[in-house]
Design a protein. Structure first.
Length: 78
């Protein structure tokens, strides 16, 4: 089994500037391709791209307060 991949970047939404809690998206922006952005759950539906390898990743906050990859990783790692 592959090791869990932890988010190591800022936990601030690049769109609205809020501190991200619960779910974090790191994805290509729909409105500014090929620009990537870190997004909160509120901004992702409007600005985020698809969640799959090469387009975007989804991280969920664990009980330890850290975010771990739950979608969009390498196919062999998911």
């Amino acid at each position: 089994m592959a090791e869990r991949q932890q988010w190591c970047g800022e936990k601030i939404c690049d769109i609205c500037g809020c501190e991200i809690n619960g779910v974090l998206y790191d994805t290509i922006r729909k409105d500014r391709k090929p620009e990537w952005a870190t997004m909160c759950g509120k901004c992702y539906p409007e600005y985020g791209s698809f969640i799959f390898w090469g387009s975007g990743q989804k991280y969920e906050e664990d009980e330890d307060g850290e975010f771990y990859l739950t979608g969009g990783g390498m196919p062999d790692d998911m």
